[in-house]
Design a protein around this ligand. Structure first.
Ligand SMILES: O=C(O)CCC(=O)C(=O)O
Ligand SMILES: [Fe+2]
Length: 343
C-alpha cells in the first residue's frame, strides 16, 4: 500500500526533475505519458521506487482516460511490439541487422568514405542535374538479400494477418525497415557513411547534424505502385538506392529546390533534370528538391529510401514547447476532472 503525505498532483511541473524512462512498460498507456506525469508528482513521491510511482500514476490514468482510447492504444502497442520482437528474432537474414561494410558496400564507395575528403567523394559521383548526386553504393548480393528480406516480411505479415504501416502517404506498397529490426543498422549507415558526404555536397545544411531517419522500401510493378507523383520529402537529405529487380521506366524527375512557402511555384528550364535508376546505384538529394518517379512500365522495381532528418535549434525549441504545452493540457484536463478549479 502506498503511503504518502499528499497524493495531490503538483499545480506546475517540477522542471528540475528528470523523469525516469518508461519505454519498457507493456502497459496500456504511452510511456511518454508516464514521463510527463512524473513531473507533477508530489515531492515526497519522487523518491519512491519506480514501481510505486508506476502504480500511483497508472491509477490516475485509469481514472481519467476513456476506456475506448485505452483499448486502442493498448492494441496498437501490443501488436507493434509483437511485430518488432517476433520478426527481429527470426528474420530471414540476421546478418542484415549488423552493418558489415565490406559485405554491404562496393569498394569505391568505401574508399571514398574512408578518405573522407571532398575530392574522394567527387571522384565517385556524377551529378545528373545540379544538386542530385549519384554513385555506386551497394553490393549486388546485399541488394538481393534485402529484397528477399522484404518479401519475407510481406509473407510473414500476410500470414499473421497483420496490418503494417506503409512507408509514407504516397506509396501503398513496401515496408518501413525501422519497424522490422533494421533501425540500428540504418542509423549507423547514416551516421558513418552518409553524413560526411552530405556535409560536402549540402554545405547549407552542414550545421545541422543528420540525427534521425525514416528508412523504408518502395515497390513498383504491375500489381503494385506504378508511379509516384510530384512531391518533396519529409527530410533534410534523402538517400534513394535501387535494389533491383529488372524493370523498365521508373525514372526520377527533378524540378528544383523550394522552401515551404514556394513549394508550388513554377519550374525554370535549368531546374529540369532526370535520373534513371540502376541497381546498386544511389542518389543523394535535398528532401526539398521537388521530384517524382515516372511509371515503372514493366518488371519490378524496389528501392531503399532513407529520409535523413536533423533538428535545428529552433525546431528543438519548438518541439520542447509543444511537449510542454501537451503536458500542460494533460495536466489541466486531469485537474478539471478532479474538480479542481484551474482559473
Ligand atoms: O521511386 C523512387 O525512386 C522515388 C521514391 C521517393 O521519391 C520517395 O519515396 O520519397
Ligand atoms: Fe521522394
Amino acid at each position: 500500500m502506498l503511503q504518502v503525505t499528499s497524493s495531490r498532483l503538483r499545480l506546475s511541473p517540477n522542471s528540475e526533475h528528470k523523469p525516469e524512462a518508461y519505454d519498457d512498460l507493456k502497459l496500456e498507456f504511452s510511456p511518454l505519458l508516464f514521463s510527463s506525469l512524473e513531473r507533477y508528482l508530489p515531492p515526497a513521491m519522487l523518491n519512491l521506487s519506480r514501481d510505486a510511482k508506476i502504480q500511483f500514476m497508472r491509477d490516475i490514468l485509469v481514472r481519467y482516460f476513456p476506456e475506448a482510447e485505452r483499448t486502442r492504444v493498448s492494441c496498437f502497442r501490443s501488436r507493434l511490439s509483437h511485430l518488432l520482437y517476433t520478426y527481429m528474432l527470426q528474420p530471414l537474414y540476421k546478418e542484415l541487422q549488423t552493418l558489415d561494410e565490406t559485405k554491404f558496400f562496393v569498394p569505391s564507395f568505401l574508399q571514398a568514405v574512408n578518405a573522407g575528403t571532398e575530392e574522394s567523394f567527387r571522384n565517385i559521383i556524377i551529378e545528373p542535374t545540379p544538386g542530385v548526386y549519384s554513385f555506386e553504393m551497394l553490393q549486388p548480393n546485399f541488394c538481393e538479400m534485402l529484397i528477399s528480406e522484404v518479401e519475407n516480411i510481406e509473407t510473414w505479415v500476410h500470414d499473421k494477418k497483420f496490418k503494417i504501416m506503409r512507408p509514407n502517404t504516397m506509396n501503398k506498397y513496401g515496408a518501413v525497415l525501422d519497424d522490422f529490426g533494421l533501425e540500428p543498422m540504418l542509423n549507423k549507415l547514416m551516421d558513418i557513411y552518409l553524413r560526411p558526404m552530405a556535409k560536402v555536397f549540402f554545405p547549407e545544411i552542414n550545421k545541422l547534424a543528420l540525427d534521425s531517419h525514416h528508412g523504408f522500401i518502395v515497390e513498383y510493378g504491375a500489381d503494385k505502385d506504378v508511379e509516384l507523383g510530384f512531391h518533396v520529402d519529409d527530410s533534410e537529405v534523402t538517400l534513394n538506392v535501387c535494389l533491383g529487380k529488372e524493370f523498365f521506366g521508373g525514372e526520377l524527375y527533378f524540378r528544383g529546390v523550394r522552401c515551404d512557402k514556394h513549394v508550388n511555384t513554377g519550374t525554370h528550364q535549368e531546374e529540369v533534370g532526370y535520373y534513371s535508376h540502376i541497381p546498386g546505384r544511389a542518389v543523394l538529394h535535398r528532401g526539398r528538391h521537388r521530384h517524382g518517379a515516372r511509371a515503372t512500365t514493366s518488371g519490378e522495381r524496389l528501392n531503399l529510401i532513407m529520409w535523413c532528418r536533423s533538428w535545428c535549434g529552433e525546431c528543438l525549441r519548438r518541439k520542447k514547447e509543444r511537449q510542454h504545452r501537451a503536458v500542460a493540457a494533460t495536466k489541466m484536463e486531469l485537474l478539471k476532472r478532479d474538480g479542481i478549479s484551474t482559473s
